[in-house]
Design a protein around this ligand. Structure first.
Ligand code: SF4
Length: 210
């Protein structure tokens, strides 16, 4: 029997938002973190929005944009929540999707190492939302330790995949400073040859991050 994905929604025809080309963002339920300014929190607590789909069902839903994906070098972005909670589903989907499509993951990397290892052979690009490299700040902002995220980032580097990773480091109001962000970027370059590190600011609207 196939794995099921607790699908929240999917967003078609995104233009160069998550790398090259036209993409469809597939958002799924569940996240191990509790980020203070999480914009997805209202949705992530709505079980009534979830529809469990098989890889074959998801493929039928997103196949409508096949020509766009192929013409622009785009594909499917798995986001969340935390898509790596559903690593076996993503592997099964990758096995049946057209090989010309790109597979992109938007992830905190804060999952068990075996989840990441399962999908590493299939992923074209990672958007790694690392947030902070200071352990205390990470814990204060997300509610859990960042150790797994740092270790998984190291695993990607040691596997020669640093070039496939865009690391995102936010300036988080009341939690870190621009100097902290610069320090985080330096620490990440010490972990591996990550040349795509994006520093940006959260814009807080009514208690959420964007
Ligand atoms: S990792 Fe993303 S989805 Fe999860 S709590 Fe943080 S902001 Fe929300």
């Amino acid at each position: 029997m196939s794995n099921l994905l607790p699908l929240i929604n999917y967003d078609r025809l995104r233009m160069e938002t998550d790398g090259e080309g036209v993409t469809t963002l597939v958002a799924s339920m569940g996240c191990p973190l509790s980020c203070r300014y999480c914009i997805n929190k209202p949705i992530l607590t709505r079980n009534d929005l979830v529809r469990n789909v098989t890889p074959e069902e998801l493929l039928e839903m997103v196949r409508i944009d096949d020509l766009y994906f192929q013409a622009t070098g785009g594909g499917i972005v798995f986001g969340g929540g935390e898509p790596l909670l559903h690593a076996a589903f993503i592997r099964d989907f990758a096995e049946i999707m057209p090989k010309e499509w790109k597979l992109i993951l938007e992830t905190s990397l804060n999952v068990p190492e075996e989840n990441l290892r399962l999908i590493m052979p299939y992923v074209d690009y990672y958007i790694a939302d690392i947030k902070e490299t200071d352990p205390e700040t990470y814990l204060a902002y997300t509610g859990i330790s960042g150790e797994r995220a740092y270790n998984n980032l190291r695993l990607l580097a040691e596997s020669g995949l640093a070039g496939k990773v865009r690391v995102r480091i936010p300036l988080i109001p009341d939690f870190n400073t621009p100097d902290d962000c610069t320090r985080s970027a330096e620490r990440i370059r010490e972990i591996g040859e990550f040349d795509k590190i994006e520093l940006f600011s959260y814009i807080i609207r009514e208690g959420t991050e964007t």
